[in-house]
Ligand binder design. Structure first.
Ligand code: UDP
Length: 325
């Protein structure tokens, strides 16, 4: 059992990872500035409202709480917004991360799991994607994560700062046992928008039906947020046992098209999904599917909730408790 600081622990993946860390017997402190997270997603007594740029406060917190490792989620995640205000993404995601790393070095905490992204690959050379493929992000969000990964590589080499970057594919679903799920505002992700369409009757737009895929819609690797959260637990435990720095994809290895996700939502909800067909969204590659064999081999992690129906069903249960009318 270890003392772990979770930055961004009031957000979607951070809050569910906090829950799984506690299930595994770890003691957690959450640092979140609540700019986009939800206060109610964190037990009051472990929440510290603090911004990543407050290096000295972070140093004090790490020392006072005797933190042994950090899992770093706090970041902005909207690709579209990152193309409108790239500076916001470099300030929060890169300079904010660097401030955290400086605080960790000052406090002598040298174990970190970093929330990275499949957006690092841009439009991939081939699918499924392995970690050694070309890194070529096509938007400032992806670039901000790649820049942070680069900083971590150098800190590993010269400061013994052991770290694991997890490159997420499409996180979705909810954790029923914790009552935690996805509550972004504005929401841009496919599955919550599909479920909102069911709840409100306002159609979801399918972004393009002319892709070179079997049904013409984009294919993504949808991973249950609880499987993703568990990957963080495995990664931090690996570092705490003296494991070396590394980079891993986190996905199921199976892709589903937009139309397949809509069909799964209709099967789970028993309702038609109101939908319209729109043009392609800029920057959307036809297919993004993870090869996550490296993670499975190195850490023994497996996705336990990989069926799309399981993911949709947990997301639907959560959406019904947080209705959009
Ligand atoms: N998508 C869509 N309509 C929407 C939102 C998303 O058709 O309102 C498609 C999008 O083009 C992509 C897939 O759903 O192919 C997943 O998009 P999402 O934004 O959820 O995640 P991303 O792949 O961008 O990380």
């Amino acid at each position: 059992m270890a003392k772990i600081l979770v930055t961004g622990g009031a957000g979607y993946i951070g809050s569910i990872t906090r829950y799984f860390l506690e299930q595994h017997g770890h003691s957690v402190i959450v640092a979140d500035n609540l700019s986009r997270g939800h206060r109610e997603a964190v037990p009051e007594k472990i929440l510290r409202v603090i911004d990543l740029h407050e290096t000295d406060r972070l140093t004090t917190l790490l020392k006072e709480e005797q933190v042994e490792a950090v899992i770093h989620f706090a970041a902005y995640i909207a690709v579209g917004e990152s193309t409108q205000v790239p500076e916001l993404y470099f300030s929060n995601n890169v300079s904010g991360s660097l401030s955290l790393f400086e605080a960790m070095l000052s406090a002598g905490v040298k174990r970190l799991v970093f929330s990275s992204t499949a957006a690092a690959y841009g439009i991939p050379d081939k699918v499924p994607i392995t970690e050694d493929q070309t890194i070529a992000p096509i938007n400032p969000y992806g670039e901000s994560k790649v820049m942070t990964e680069k900083i971590l590589e150098w800190l590993d080499r010269y400061r013994e700062f052991r770290n694991i970057s997890l490159r997420y594919f499409n996180a979705c679903g909810a954790e029923p046992a914790a009552g935690l799920g996805e509550l972004h505002e504005p929401e841009t992700h496919l599955l919550p928008l599909i479920l909102r369409a069911v709840q409100t009757g306002k159609p979801v737009t399918v972004f393009g039906t002319d892709y070179p895929t079997p049904d013409g819609t984009c294919i993504r690797d949808y991973i249950h947020v609880s499987d993703l959260a568990e990957a963080h637990v495995y990664a931090v435990e690996h570092l705490l046992k003296g494991g070396k720095s590394d980079v891993f994809n986190v996905g199921t290895g199976h892709g589903h098209s937009v139309k397949e996700v809509i069909a799964a939502a209709e099967a789970v909800t028993g309702k038609k999904v109101p939908q319209t067909i729109g043009p392609r969204r800029e920057g959307d590659p036809p297919s993004l599917v993870a090869d996550s064999n490296k993670l499975q081999r190195a850490l023994g992690w497996r996705p336990k909730r990989a069926e799309l129906e399981h993911i949709v069903s947990d997301a639907w249960q959560f959406a019904q408790k947080h209705p959009h009318c």
